[in-house]
Design a protein around this ligand. Structure first.
Ligand SMILES: *Cc1c(COP(=O)(O)O)cnc(C)c1O
Length: 352
């Protein structure tokens, strides 16, 4: 089986450029972006800034680098960022803000809906005292674990942070999933934030790239940090052309991924499995440890790639069709039908 035939539910990062996106990349006009000379990068940045209502935007090779440069632009050495325990910037980026930015993270527990309670944020803000780090920034994430932060909450949290003199950053790696799932206006979804990062390389389907949005001053600062972090790419316009294509053609269709995730969750629930409520393109499925090895083998035979564990994350995206969702459900269904059968055979042979 060739790699292109796998039904890959590990992440929405696995999407490959469509023929039309490849054509846009092929046709891209390019220049040296470190000199600011790449017309395709400049076009993408201007498009994104205008579309989302920020003064400026900056293309990065990855979301990790975009978040890190943002945090380093907001915070200096010994400053502190308040974020969620499960925030990507805290948990899944090797602590880069601390390691490379000398920024102290102050993680706090998430509420069940993914938000950070304002009372917890208030309690985490340090007074002006030489024993403490200087609390500078509140960083939220949307979507978080596939959940859309309630729009009213986002507005309140940003207003609260501002009232306490904190800057705000949004890790919006899957911002467009949040926008589409909640039918929000794109600008409204980011309106309260001083900066926002979004990934072009996930559900939007570009091969690489993230955008950071902010004020001209913040973006100028981030551009300096990007160079220091090794992120000054030269003819980045090939990627930017893919990113612009993604923003122009792949946003509204995210609703298909959400519908596919909902169908996947419903099918798995019908098999008697414990599935968490689905809001966007991410399904969390609870599996019993004893099923994992055999189920893993069966999925592999069925051409399905998934990172199985007690809490398994399955992600739908541009390269997963409804028909493939049905195929995945058929593999799960075969496994559980067979298991029930062997379980009943065993119990009928059991003399006790
Ligand atoms: C994927 C992701 C990022 C950045 O990831 P890269 O792989 O570095 O592009 C940041 N935040 C969240 C929430 C993500 O899901």
């Amino acid at each position: 089986m060739t790699a292109t035939r796998w039904i890959d539910l590990r992440s929405d990062t696995v999407t490959r450029p469509t023929a039309a996106m490849r054509a846009a990349m092929h046709a891209a006009e390019v220049g040296d972006d470190v000199y600011g000379d790449d017309p395709s990068v400049n076009r993408l940045q201007a498009h994104a800034a205008d579309r989302l209502g920020f003064e400026a935007a900056l293309w990065f090779a990855s979301g990790t680098q975009s978040n890190l440069a943002a945090l380093m632009s907001h915070c200096g050495r010994g400053d502190e960022v308040i974020c969620g325990q499960d925030a990507h910037t805290y948990r899944y980026e090797q602590g880069g803000a601390a390691v490379l930015g000398s920024i102290q993270p102050q993680p706090i527990a998430h509420q069940p809906d993914g938000s950070l309670a304002l009372a917890d944020i208030a309690a985490a803000i340090k007074p002006d005292d030489l024993h403490f780090a200087r609390t500078r920034l509140l960083a939220l994430e949307n979507t978080i674990g596939g959940k859309v932060l309630p729009p009213a909450y986002v507005r309140e949290a940003c207003a609260f942070a501002q009232s306490r003199g904190l800057a705000t950053h949004l890790d919006g790696a899957r911002l467009m999933n949040a926008v589409v799932a909640s039918a929000q206006d794109e600008r409204d979804a980011v309106a309260g934030f001083d900066s926002a990062s979004l990934c072009l390389s996930k559900g939007l389907g570009a091969p690489a790239g993230s955008l950071l949005l902010g004020s001209r001053t913040l973006i100028a600062n981030a551009r300096r940090w990007r160079k220091a972090l090794g992120g000054g790419l030269r003819q980045a316009g090939f990627y930017a052309a893919a990113g612009l294509y993604a923003l122009e053609h792949h946003v509204a269709r995210l609703s298909e991924d959400h519908a596919n995730a909902t169908r996947l969750a419903a099918g798995l629930t019908a098999l008697g499995l414990a599935v968490e409520p689905v809001q966007t393109n991410i399904v969390f499925l609870h599996l019993s440890e004893e099923d994992l090895p055999a189920l893993r083998a069966q999925l592999q035979t069925g051409g399905v790639l998934a990172s199985l564990g007690p809490r398994t994350r399955l992600v739908t995206h541009l390269d997963i069709s409804r028909q493939q969702v049905e195929q995945v459900l058929a593999v799960f269904s075969d496994y559980y039908a067979h298991r029930r059968q062997t379980a009943s055979t065993h119990s009928s042979q059991d003399p006790s």
